[in-house]
Design a protein around this ligand. Structure first.
Ligand code: FE2
Length: 179
């Protein structure tokens, strides 16, 4: 059966301490609180990093159960629009002394992973212009300039026979998906 295309919009995360998590996401991570209230007797709030794109990208719901090291979601990723923005997010996360802050290159994306105050793993990332066969996970040095990071990416992955512009990968994969 053939289906139309769709986009991912939001994730809803259960939390142990709803007010504390709502404050953390708004004050430390800079999310906009679009709405907050109760649904079926449970606290829920709706958060976005770009109201022009989505009313909520993330919602937090009270009522998390189980131990904090329980593995359900590996991580949740939020796209930023440049390496400059990624670098400033990295500094901000370090200033907030969050756990497990890790700058990583995937060749096709540059990422910073970290944990929120309830041990959920999160990611900020920006797009690189290229498709590199995944998975690739290597340390990223954010003290380098944008040019140095891009040059290092081409040096490291450019000889890979599948290396191409992401716009090419998208166009050919969309054609295959459509047929
Ligand atoms: Fe990711």
């Amino acid at each position: 059966m053939k289906h139309g295309k769709a986009t991912i919009s939001h994730v809803v995360l259960y939390c142990y301490d709803f007010p504390k998590m709502r404050d953390f996401y708004t004050s430390v991570l800079g999310f906009h609180l679009s709405d907050s209230g109760q649904a079926r007797g449970n606290d829920i709030c709706f958060l976005t990093l770009n109201p022009e794109v989505d009313h909520h990208m993330l919602a937090l719901a009270a009522g998390r159960t189980g131990p904090p090291d329980c593995r359900v979601i590996n991580h949740i990723a939020f796209r930023v629009d440049s390496l400059g923005e990624l670098r400033s997010r990295y500094k901000q996360l370090k200033a907030a002394e969050l756990k497990d802050i890790e700058p990583i290159t995937h060749g096709s994306w540059f990422s910073v992973y970290y944990r929120d105050i309830e041990n959920n793993r999160l990611e900020f990332f920006c797009d690189a212009p290229w498709y590199v066969r995944q998975p690739i996970v290597k340390p990223l040095d954010l003290s380098l300039s944008d040019d140095e990071i891009l040059r290092a990416t081409v040096e490291e992955f450019g000889k890979n026979p599948e290396f191409k512009l992401m716009t090419e990968w998208k166009a050919e994969t969309a054609r295959a998906f459509d047929s």
